[in-house]
Ligand binder design. Structure first.
Ligand SMILES: [Zn+2]
Length: 145
């Protein structure tokens, strides 16, 4: 229940106008201009985070590495299998090169994927909270006054 600030009669939480005196209850914004400003800044930052998250996994480098991981792994396995036989030495150095390429690709893809997930979660939660904050101006006299 809320109390009408005009006639002090109890009104339903959802009431837009006082049923007794007609006072407009929903016209009492509960959030300050400062809170509103913070919420808007939060929304902008959240959207930027989400854009950064998307850009982390949509670069040509990312798709290049992602496509080539299995290729590098195959090449490594292939050269490694020859490294113990005749001319094994040159195969061994080739194998370690492919292994490096493989590690580089996996590290790049993993770091960018983790970064994208973390940033989109932070951005998503931030966006949700800020929008919720902006929308929470329903009540009039309940809570802080
Ligand atoms: Zn009233």
């Amino acid at each position: 229940m809320i109390i009408c600030p005009e006639c002090k009669k109890e009104q339903a939480d959802t009431a837009q106008y006082c049923t007794n005196c007609g006072y407009r209850l929903s016209a009492q914004p509960h959030i300050s201009a400062e809170t509103k400003k913070k919420a808007y800044v939060g929304i902008v930052i959240s959207i930027i985070l989400i854009i950064v998250a998307i850009s982390l996994v949509t670069t040509s480098e990312f798709s290049y590495y992602l496509e080539n991981i299995s290729y590098y792994a195959d090449q490594y396995a292939e050269t490694k299998s020859h490294s113990s036989g005749f001319l094994g030495g040159s195969y061994a150095s080739l194998a370690s090169r492919w292994k490096e390429m493989y590690n580089e690709a996996v590290t790049y893809v993993a770091l960018h994927s983790i970064g994208a997930v973390v940033l989109s979660i932070v951005g998503g939660v931030g966006l949700y909270k800020c929008i919720k904050k902006l929308k929470s101006n329903g009540g009039t006299t309940n809570g802080t006054h």
